[in-house]
Design a protein around this ligand. Structure first.
Ligand SMILES: Nc1ncnc2c1ncn2[C@@H]1O[C@H](COP(=O)(O)OP(=O)(O)OP(=O)(O)O)[C@@H](O)[C@H]1O
Length: 265
């Protein structure tokens, strides 16, 4: 029997009255306040907001790396209490094992979990490295790769475990503009081929509009949802279709910019 939350469109992630207050030696930081929204299964959601509005905090709570001080996050109907195997995460900076090659880094989570990696797994790891533009660099150590290349290894590693939910915290911020755009298209291609729920944190309005089905805009601290926008743009959003979308993209981008500027003022 199909579980109740196993179909596209069913709730994958529910933020229910979520709040986070940090207490430090220098005082109290109210990072998030009453965040309530639901991400549907297989939806690609971008979370957009100014620096310090709690975007990474939100992601860490979905991943089970941090517990909320109020409310809760539910993933596939269950309150998140610890990290889950079906949630993959790509951080802002790559966190690779320095002594392991690119392909060893990609298979590492599987090796760690099951203790074995078979020929088909290696093949899949190499295919993913090729997908992220690292064909030929499989045996390089992280120190022998540029920062952007290391980040791409991190993306391949997260995809390798075929997570149901992929959390990405400004994953392309270290890449140059062109590579960033190419990686965005690759990500959408992978997402279309292997549907998964994606929560993508970004500062960039154009990146959010290029990639996401839906954009959740957050206010400055304490972070609250100030806009929840379904992106009315057809895919693919590059090439000819992208050109046809240009007018709408301009309009939406102006709307999003005004929200961010108003709140910053
Ligand atoms: N572990 C922590 N202890 C204390 N304060 C924290 C901690 N983590 C985050 N904060 C504070 O919570 C607020 C939100 O931080 P967070 O990193 O979630 O913001 P962000 O929107 O991801 O920012 P950026 O876009 O700059 O990465 C910030 O004021 C930050 O200083």
């Amino acid at each position: 029997m199909t579980p109740a939350n196993d179909r596209p469109g069913d709730p994958a992630i529910v933020f229910d009255g979520l709040g986070q207050v940090f207490h430090t030696r220098s005082g109290r930081t109210h990072a998030l306040d009453h965040v309530d929204f639901t991400v549907a299964r297989h939806q690609f959601v971008a979370v957009l907001g100014p620096s310090g509005c709690g975007k990474s905090t939100l992601l860490r709570m979905i991943a089970g790396l941090l517990q909320p001080t109020s409310g809760e996050v539910r993933v596939f109907g269950l309150k998140v209490a610890e990290p889950r195997d079906d949630v993959g995460i790509v951080f802002q900076k790559p966190t690779l094992l320095p002594w392991a090659s690119a392909e060893d880094n990609v298979v590492f989570p599987l090796r760690h979990k099951t203790g074995r990696v078979d020929a088909a797994d290696w093949e899949r790891a190499r295919a993913l490295l090729t997908t992220v533009g690292l064909g030929g660099f499989e045996e390089r150590l992280p120190a022998e790769l540029s920062g952007g290349m290391q980040q791409r290894v991190g993306i391949a590693r997260a995809l390798f475990m075929e997570p149901d939910i992929l959390l990405m915290d400004e994953p392309f911020s270290a890449l140059d503009a062109l590579t960033r755009e190419e990686m965005g298209f690759e990500l959408v291609r992978v997402w279309e081929a292997q549907p998964k729920t994606v929560v993508f944190i970004t500062h960039s309005i154009s990146e959010a509009l290029l990639l996401a089905d839906r954009i959740v805009v957050m206010s400055p601290r304490p972070g609250r949802v100030i806009e929840d926008l379904i992106v009315p743009l057809s895919r693919p959003r590059a090439g000819e279709t992208g050109f046809q979308n240009a007018g709408k993209i301009h309009e939406l981008s102006g709307h999003l910019r005004s929200l961010l500027v108003q709140r910053a003022a």
